[in-house]
Design a protein around this ligand. Structure first.
Ligand code: ATP
Ligand code: MG
Length: 450
């Protein structure tokens, strides 16, 4: 701006984060690892809209839940008056889509999704208003086998990511009838201890007493620990299902602990529920959570489709990866091209395209507010890019029909360079970069230095 007016900056929405280039390699590594694992179990991706009708969540998640009571970004579409909500989770949308498109018509389906979720929470470490999940939904499966498979898939992922401080907590919350029997005793128990209930618990006493078990209020812990346990109310079928899950996990040496207080936040769960927790992240220690939801599809008007799924919080898992002390960084490119003069610039364009044809990642120096830049300042950019090589083209190189290829990593930088004809510079560099390195997978050109 030429006039010196002070222009107010607009900043991003509180609790909604920018994911900056410095973190991109970590996200990429994480996502690639998850995708590989999901694929290895035959899961297929589904992408549903970020916005859904508000009624979908109100009906699916249950009216007396944290999310529906106070966390949803809901609004009226000013164009047509539709009531809409930014999705706080993806299971409801995936199930809606599966019904709408008859996805389980030919049999059960293993699905996965990924993307941003929105919840109006108090922002803090590990808790944001826009955050990201990857989740899996196995639709149309009845037995404990799929529950165990989902859990084992998570375990494989933690192993592949090198995360050894995530523990599995498991519970069964039975079916609706079993929960109702338990619920009556639970309300009676809480009424006996009414003096200990906080405001939220009192509000939930008759609407959703099970959720009181989930309280984080320290002064209620002892009382809640001694409350009637839902596990004691399970009938033969629910118990057999729960036993079945445990049997497969034990057979595959997946460690777990049974946490009778684990109930999960959404109403749609039944039978198996599980959480993967870590003590390395402070109070936001649940990195992945899921369970069985045998009646949700029917609640949305579909045919009976017993199902099971989970969702993991990407931000919390990335925190864990960072906490492991490893550094995740990626070079911007393999080769940075510096040049001076118009003829050199024209040649630099041609060379850069040839290098890309050969599969290399190339940054061609371009002018900025600082001007085209001296060789010296361009070389600084080349160093900062993390490239292994710079190509230098000036008047002399144009005259000689050669480029100077300079190694940016060698000890003796002064001498570690070669004059290479423009025609063969791509071959020369591919040879330098890929040639001596058997393990370098040239087709997937991502270099993480851990
Ligand atoms: P919490 O008890 O921490 O509020 P939740 O039960 O609401 O979690 P789910 O709805 O089960 O969480 O979501 C699955 C996972 O998504 C969580 O285990 C967590 O890793 C992540 N997650 C949930 N809410 C947030 C948030 N606001 N910010 C970041 N990650 C979140
Ligand atoms: Mg929550």
């Amino acid at each position: 701006m030429s006039e010196n007016k002070k222009i107010e900056k607009i900043v991003g929405v509180k609790g909604m984060n920018d994911i900056l280039p410095a973190d991109a390699p970590l996200w990429e590594l994480f996502e690639n690892t998850v995708h590989t694992v999901l694929k290895s179990y035959g899961f297929q991706q589904i992408r549903t809209p970020i916005v859904e009708p508000t009624g979908l969540f109100a009906r699916g998640l249950g009216a007396v839940t944290d999310i529906v009571e106070k966390e949803m970004y809901s609004f009226t579409d000013s164009m047509n008056g539709d009531e809409l909500t930014l999705r706080p989770e993806a299971t409801a949308g995936v199930v809606r889509s599966a019904i709408e498109h008859n996805l389980t018509y030919e049999g059960p389906k293993r699905l996965w999704y990924q993307g941003p979720m929105f919840r109006h929470e108090k922002p803090q470490r590990g808790r944001y208003r826009q955050f990201h999940q990857i989740g899996a939904e196995a639709l149309g499966f009845t037995g404990p086998d799929i529950d165990a498979e989902l859990i084992m898939m998570c375990q494989r992922l933690w192993d592949d990511l090198g995360l050894d401080n995530i523990k599995l907590e498991l519970n069964s919350i039975g079916d609706a009838a079993e929960r109702n029997a338990h619920r009556a005793d639970l309300i009676a128990y809480f009424e006996q201890h009414a003096d200990l209930l906080d405001a939220e618990a009192q509000r939930r006493l008759h609407s959703n007493p099970l959720r009181i078990l989930d309280t984080k209020n320290p002064t209620m812990q002892a009382m809640v620990n001694a409350a009637p346990k839902l596990l004691d109310y399970l009938g033969a079928e629910s118990l057999a299902h729960f036993e079945g899950v445990q049997k497969i996990l034990r057979h595959n040496a997946i460690p777990f602990t049974i946490n009778p207080r684990l109930v999960r936040g959404m109403d749609y769960y039944n039978r198996t529920v599980f959480e993967w927790v870590t003590d390395a992240l402070g109070s936001q220690g649940t990195v992945c959570a899921g369970g069985r939801y045998d009646t949700l599809v029917e609640m949305f008007g579909g045919k009976a489709t017993p199902s099971c799924g989970f969702a993991m919080g990407i931000e919390r898992l990335l925190e864990l990866m960072k906490a492991s002390g490893e550094k995740f960084a990626a070079n911007q490119c393999d080769v940075y091209i510096v040049h001076q003069g118009e003829a050199a610039q024209m040649q630099a364009f041609v060379v850069s395209e040839r290098l890309r044809d050969a599969g290399l990642d190339v940054v061609l120096h371009c002018a900025s507010l600082a001007g085209p830049g001296s060789f010296k300042s361009q070389m600084k950019r080349a160093d900062a890019s993390g490239a292994g090589y710079a190509i230098i083209i000036g008047d002399d190189e144009i005259a000689n029909d050669t480029a100077i290829v300079k190694s940016l990593r060698a000890e003796d930088m002064e001498n570690n360079q070669a004059a290479v004809p423009f025609d063969t510079v791509a071959e020369y560099l591919v040879d330098q970069i890929v040639g001596g390195d058997d393990e370098h997978d040239h087709s997937e050109h991502v270099h993480y230095h851990h």
